[in-house]
Design a protein around this ligand. Structure first.
Ligand code: CMC
Length: 390
């Protein structure tokens, strides 16, 4: 192949060096900046994890307070941006809306688009982290026909998101602390995952010098597919389609006959249990218990599906285990998040990963534009054929 190697779908290509996230797929390990995901999910909170991913170290108390203030300060979006929503049909998928409105942020912040300036990059990162939840909640409100709820500074990051989603001008919404904690965990678990399809998309778009808002919009687009972030929505729809524990064996047979894939199962890198799935399963138990939904049909179905698959040679030979999205849908459903918002939640949480990876790349003065090669398989040189001879 001459000077380059053929590696379709990048099974064996490291596209960059990075100091952000470490995965050992065989051992089932995931670390952010060296810290195991299980410890962060149990002991940390999402904003602290964001600070860690972006800056490389956990914040001390003063840094944490300051970071929270900065992010809170940026949660509002320009009133003109709110008008973008009216251009969409009410029944537009919220991910379609997110691709549009997050990309549109590029048109509002000309004061911080000099990407060679580290301070500008930091402000853009803060703006994205702060404004994506506001836009996500607006996408939901637009979809259900309720008025937008402006962010409230007294709330934490996660509480605020729930408030903007579920409060209405007619009530005093108080977020349930256990559900806040569960969503906090979902956000932490989804915050970064090294060079997955959407993050690679963000890096590739960013490598040309495109602005970070446009780059994150490209990441949202890449995330949407059912093989990636769309899997949480697809997994819940699958459970609903199976409908009853008695149909699990028949459904699994269909998977083995390659009629469809088991959504929320398998991973390019994890060939052992996805460590995020372990935390998610535990969170799922807690939430269902708190909400007195222990006999939740979908959860029972998921457990039976997992049991059946994990004892079947088809899945064992291919090293297919549940991934994070097998359980996250059930938790999101229990929190009251509608299915078409699941991938939006993933995008919201992954925004910090995208901007941290983008910032790391742009901060490396040696980075170059990404430019994969190809294996050409088309016609060889031939002469143009005039119309009358075709
Ligand atoms: N159900 C049934 N069979 C599967 C599945 C599945 N979910 N995933 C892989 N396989 C089979 C596949 O058919 C193939 O079998 P064979 O060797 O007989 O052809 C073998 O396992 C290897 O599959 P692959 O497509 O080469 O694996 P990949 O590394 O390219 O795909 C994946 C990874 C995540 C796209 C895939 O496992 C999948 O489609 N899973 C379902 C979607 C999903 O849950 N995605 C979320 C991933 S985690 C969240 C995120 O980070 O995005």
């Amino acid at each position: 192949l001459g000077v380059f190697t053929y590696d379709p779908a990048f099974f064996a290509t490291a596209s960059c060096t990075s100091a952000i996230t470490f995965i050992d797929g065989d051992a089932g390990l995931l670390f952010y900046r060296g810290y195991p995901i299980e410890q962060l999910a149990e002991k940390s909170d999402f904003l602290e994890v964001c600070y860690l991913l972006l800056n490389g170290e956990l914040p001390n108390a003063a840094q944490k307070t300051e970071f929270r203030q900065i992010i809170t300060h940026h949660t509002m979006v320009h009133d003109q941006l709110a008008r973008f929503f009216n251009g969409f049909r009410r029944d537009a998928h919220p991910m379609a809306v997110m691709v549009g409105v997050v990309g549109a942020l590029s048109a509002f912040y000309h004061d911080s688009l000099d990407i060679s300036n580290p301070q500008h990059r930091e402000i853009s990162a803060h703006r994205l982290l702060a404004k994506v939840p506001t836009l996500a909640a607006m996408a939901y409100k637009y979809n259900v026909g309720e008025p937008f709820m402006y962010p409230k500074n007294k709330f934490s990051y996660v509480e605020n998101f729930l408030y903007m989603m579920f409060a209405t001008p007619a009530d005093d919404y108080v977020p349930n602390p256990l559900l806040v904690r569960a969503l906090e965990r979902i956000f932490i678990l989804h915050a970064d995952h090294e060079q997955n399809a959407s993050t690679s998309t963000v890096r590739l778009a960013g490598s040309s010098g495109a602005n970070p808002f446009a780059c994150v919009a490209s990441g949202i687009a890449a995330l949407w597919g059912p093989a990636h972030g769309g899997a949480n929505e697809a997994a819940l729809k699958m459970l609903e389609e199976i409908g009853d524990v008695s149909r699990v064996a028949e459904y699994v047979q269909g998977v083995k006959d390659k009629k469809y894939r088991l959504m929320g199962f398998g991973h390019r890198v994890y060939k052992n249990m996805d460590p995020r799935a372990n935390v998610m399963r535990e969170t799922c138990y807690e939430v269902l218990k708190e909400l007195k939904l222990e006999n939740n049909k979908l959860f029972e179905l998921a457990m039976e599906l997992e049991r059946t698959a994990l004892s079947d040679p088809y899945f064992i030979e291919r090293k297919l285990y549940p991934n994070v999205d097998f359980y996250s849908g059930i938790v999101l459903r229990a929190i009251g998040i509608p299915t078409n918002m699941f991938t939006v939640i993933f995008a919201l949480a992954r925004t910090i990963g995208w901007v941290s990876q983008w910032n790391e790349m742009i901060g490396d003065s040696e980075h170059k534009i990404g430019r994969p090669r190809q294996l050409y398989r088309g016609a060889l040189k031939r002469d143009f054929v005039p119309m009358e001879k075709r």
